[in-house]
Design a protein around this ligand. Sequence first.
Ligand code: MIG
Length: 743
Amino acid sequence: MELLGRPATFSDPPALKDPQGFTTLGAITAVEHDKATVTLHCGEARLRLLLLTDDVVRLRVAPPGASFGRDFSYALDPGTTWHGPSALTVEENDAIVRIQTGALTIQTEKTTCRLQILDATGRILFADEAGPAWENAGSNGTDTVSHVALSARLRPGERLFGLGDKTVTLDRRGHRFALWNTDAFEYQRGTDPLYKSIPFLLSLHDGAACGLFVDTTQRMTVDLGAEANDRLRVEAPGSALDYYVLAGATPLAVLQQFARLTGRTPMLPKWALGYHQCRYSYRNEGEIREVARELRARRIPCDALYFDIHYMDGFRVFTWDRDAFPDPAGLIADLKQDGFQSIVIIDPGVKADDPAYGIARAGHAHDAYIKQPDGSPYTGKVWPGACHFPDFTNPAVRDWWGPLHAELLKQGVAGVWNDMNEPAVFIEDLEEATAITMPEDLRHDYDGHPTDHAEVHNAYGMQMLRATYEGLLRLAPERRPFTITRAAYAGTQRYGTTWTGDNTSSWDHLKLAVEQCLSLSVSGTPFVGADVGGFVGTPDGELLARWTQLGALMPLFRNHTTLGTPPQEPWVFGEEVERICREAIELRYRLLPYFYTLLWEAATDGLPMLRPLALPHPADETIRREAPLGFYLGSSLLAYPVLDAGQIQMNAYLPPVPGGWYDVHTGRHHPGDGGTVVPVETPLDRLPLFVKAGSIVPFQPVLQHVEENPVEELTLHVYPTPGAFTARLYDDAGVGWAFKNGD
Ligand code: MIG
């Protein structure tokens, strides 16, 4: 059976409901407040503002007769404590209620309850248009609320970044999106929705930055000026609205607040930053040993090899196909000996129709499966055939699932890859199998507050990853787990890494890889990558070379391709491409001390590793106008990946920074305090890379894998600027948790 799948089909963007059918808050009738909370009563409706700190506001809306809803969210980091604002004053006059914190002013119009949020210099960060609103299910307006909405003003020149892996330009303005996790095989530019739903936006306007996070896992429609250029509108099923406005002195500070809110990446094993080689699938022990042998023989550094679905016995999770892989422990030990970590895929579907399959039976014994409304387990088709699906929103089910990895760990597996967790389910009453998902009325535990699949859907993959991450941690507490997920909701970064799914071997996808990974980085998800070379289809040598150069600068650096394509490893395109790929991979290994420091900054300070140019330069007109697809790695390196076929020259825009820039390859200095465009030669073996004056970039010797030899020598490249400067370098054992004690 060839398991290729078929391009998912996508409908037009979801229609927005008629705003006329929605009710807004209306006149403020009473105001209550304490040290951190202000409640505005508008007749029977309420708007509550919770000041988490001086510059982060949580807003909750309760329509008439409805409560604020359950105070529960998978997005929020349970490890963060908010201490409230340093000060809070509430004043009223005839026209407005004015709330002031140490950093913000929130003004609410008394007749409408529409609000404006201003920073300390009086700049408007956020302004309601109609503001929060709700729609009643029945036509007489008295039935329970069915939908909630929020509309805010967009100003000329305002840019909107974030929203996860959406397939349009970095600035999402002018588009409408659906947030509904979808197995988007062979997605293309414009395809929507994809695998992840991260309802976070970063607005940049007039040099000021502001974040908006709408915390609902329901299928949401987000219109960013598509319907009306000057209006943002989000709409979702539900009866209460829960959202956050995050301010900060800089765009990066806003992202750090969002990281405080939804969590940071855990520290990963250092080898996670190495080069990874994958394909769907290395089919047997011989094939994977062969790849390992080639990589070492050709001196192409590599740290991880992947076992895609064919390692399993009939795609039964937590089993091995013993004909193809007779001795997993022996194989994995040999690979480890050569410096390769083994990562296995685990899907959510548990084969249902085999009475001899112990995992499936145990699932029944634990009452672990998602249920139909009548209480019986739901059955849907995926690779193994008929499957049941664990309800990862049930803590008892997560506790059951996690330890199922014990045997794999004993066999030496070092990482787990969660796929198909949108969740994807096939329907076969169509002409060909197509990927869809399960019925929306299925029942979930939702951590003790039973609800339907519609509400859980976008968080399902995240809760699967959580079960995996927590399980690995429980089984081997001394180790840093390594996990990857395809589906995600806000906060997923607390449980591991992610990639952008089934992309295509094309130049446009190379560009998309930049856009998607930068956008995920803006959306709280720092450890990201796109399949190098493209998953669907076959790259030519030039595309693979350019993609490997780009991948060498992405946190997750994995070459992967689909079933039935020719080999895509770096050596199959001839000697020149092999050399270029090797050099790119070697550059990555030489820069590991720099990357590892970025990982640590992401894990501790919530700073993204990859940064669109607009983040450090929110007021730069050239960046706003031309939106060049260069990006920062941390705060020192600036990359301009080559994204077009045949391109041997580019004009790179170097933003204004004191002291200018240096070309990493030539050492040439480009003064340009005021921002300059420099011509750069880009022969196939050259990836344009610049470093900001006033930086120190640490290089280590090339290793074939991160644990090959202890690094005894670092070379610090110092890029001077007039005056003193500092740089930060972080290192630790690369594994384990001793660093938490300062080791
Ligand atoms: O649709 O496990 O995105 O990386 O190789 C096929 C097989 C299911 C989709 C993943 C891809 C993986 C493949 N999976």
